[in-house]
Write a protein that binds this ligand. Structure first.
Ligand code: DUC
Ligand code: ZN
Ligand code: ZN
Length: 461
């Protein structure tokens, strides 16, 4: 019997707080030893010489196989987690969208049928409540106890949004039950007014998606959600912040000591409103909500990521083939909202965050892994390299230089919004619970090896 199942040797280990040379001994899917030189017998040795070893990436905002606008996002839990693994991500947290009239138990069952036995890496599930009733409200404590420890609400989207009263009561209930409330913050009424006006003027192209939901639409809703959370002393997580208008609201609340947290996504750091003007309906590739913003927001969002106004980078991965996007050829309101991103997140943030000098390696680990584990109740099982933690690791080669093209990716979709982007640094080996799941851009794991994570209470960071 060998002492270790695997040793990851000769790498530079990077955590949220430290950077040091160490070998990592793995047994039964867990990290069991960290030492400057491990020479014992191991079934498998992964050589990480000249490379970094990061905690596996955690993307806490994905939409696999999600119904939207009469179609479904094109990655399912198998294809989407293969793409994640190839890009250095070892955990996702996906949103189970409550169908009208269904209980939360039924909603969880629907999502577990999509994910169990299919995902190749571990996954958590948020409860995305769209049809709040007294019965649904009363199910919240039980769902949180069962590991669905975060509840997300939409403040916009006809048929899925909640009103302020529901948001307030949910914030209270989720907090009392030891969970975390998340919001998609956009002002429904402003979007509705702007959309009707634009359509009445015959303005139907993709750019008008962005113009119908300008930055104040997001800033107002973000500020309102924060104030509601403050009124009931509840923590709040604001998903996909894009601009100064929302980030300034979070910054102010945090400066005053309130437990308000948030995320951003690579697209809001690297793409802009200009993309909607690409010819031949190409602008539809970027139709997502909230929309891409004026470039002047980029430095504000990068700074917020560096100074912990926002704690993490997720992707909102929600891909649709161009054929699906064409549902909106006649009107931007019919274009399914969402874009792919799960596979490139780690490399994009490394290249444009660390290599470009915006923050250091330890902050990179915080925003791509550790903080998501903390916020969403998975720490220290996930999000760090420590004895006792799951052996979820990514061996990352800082010297690989490449240019993004859709054909190198595993996402089940026919474009990437990052086509032509230069990358410096790419994952070479992804390890999930002690097993290599991706190597040199190829998936080598097993369908169904990923398991549901019973998440615990959030940590405020
Ligand atoms: N935004 C998107 O772009 N897609 C899915 C859901 C969302 O809020
Ligand atoms: Zn959203
Ligand atoms: Zn989303």
């Amino acid at each position: 019997m060998k002492k270790f199942d695997m040793i990851v040797k000769n790498g530079v280990v990077v955590t949220a707080s430290d950077t040091y040379r160490a070998d990592i001994g793995i047994k039964d899917g867990k990290i069991v030893e960290l030492s400057s030189d491990l020479n014992e017998d191991a079934v498998e040795v992964v050589d990480a010489k000249g490379k970094y070893v990061f905690p596996g990436g955690i993307d806490p905002h994905t939409h696999m196989d999600m119904p939207f606008g009469g179609t479904f996002s094109s990655d399912n839990f198998k294809t989407g987690t293969i793409a994640a693994a190839c890009g250095g991500t070892t955990t996702i947290v996906d949103f189970a969208v409550q169908p009208k009239g269904k209980s939360l138990k039924e909603t969880a069952k629907i999502w577990r049928e999509k994910s169990d036995g299919k995902a190749v890496i571990d996954y958590g599930i948020h409860m995305n409540i769209t049809d709040m009733t007294e019965d649904v409200m009363n199910e919240i404590p039980e769902m949180i106890k069962e590991g669905y420890s975060s509840v997300k609400l939409f403040m916009t989207y006809e048929g899925m949004r909640v009103d302020d009263g529901t948001l307030l009561r949910t914030l209270m209930k989720v907090n009392e039950s030891g969970g975390l409330t998340c919001v998609h913050a956009e002002n429904y009424y402003a979007i509705d007014y702007n959309t009707k006006k634009l359509l009445s003027e015959g303005k139907t192209e993709p750019i008008y998606h962005a113009l119908s939901r300008p930055d104040l639409v997001e800033g107002e809703a973000c500020g309102r959600a924060i104030k509601l959370a403050r009124m009931v002393n509840a923590p709040l997580f604001v998903v996909h912040n894009t601009c100064e208008a929302s980030i300034s609201e979070i910054a102010r609340a945090r400066a005053e000591g309130y437990p308000i947290m948030g995320e951003t996504c690579p697209q809001y750091l690297l793409l802009s409103e200009d993309n909607y003007r690409e010819p031949d309906f190409n602008g539809a590739k970027y139709v997502m909500s909230p929309p891409l913003r004026d470039k002047k927001n980029w430095p504000v969002v990068w700074k917020a990521l560096k100074d912990n106004t926002v704690q993490l980078v997720a992707t909102d991965h929600c891909p649709f083939f161009m054929k699906q996007k064409e549902l909106g050829k006649e009107s931007f309101t019919k274009i399914p909202n969402g874009a792919p991103g799960v596979e490139l997140r780690m490399s994009l943030i490394y290249t444009y965050g660390v290599v470009d000098g915006k923050f250091d390696l330890n902050r990179f680990v915080q925003v791509t892994s550790t903080n998501a584990a903390k916020v969403y109740g998975m720490y220290p099982q996930k999000g760090t390299i420590a004895v006792g933690s799951d052996a979820d690791l990514v061996v990352f080669d800082p010297n690989i230089e490449t240019t993004v093209t859709q054909s190198m990716l595993h996402e089940n979709v026919d474009y990437t919004p990052y086509e032509g982007f230069k990358l410096k640094g790419y994952p070479v080996t992804t390890i999930s619970k002690g097993n290599v799941v991706a190597k040199d851009g190829k998936f080598v794991g097993k369908e169904g090896a990923g398991k549901f994570i019973v998440r615990k209470a959030p940590m405020m960071i």
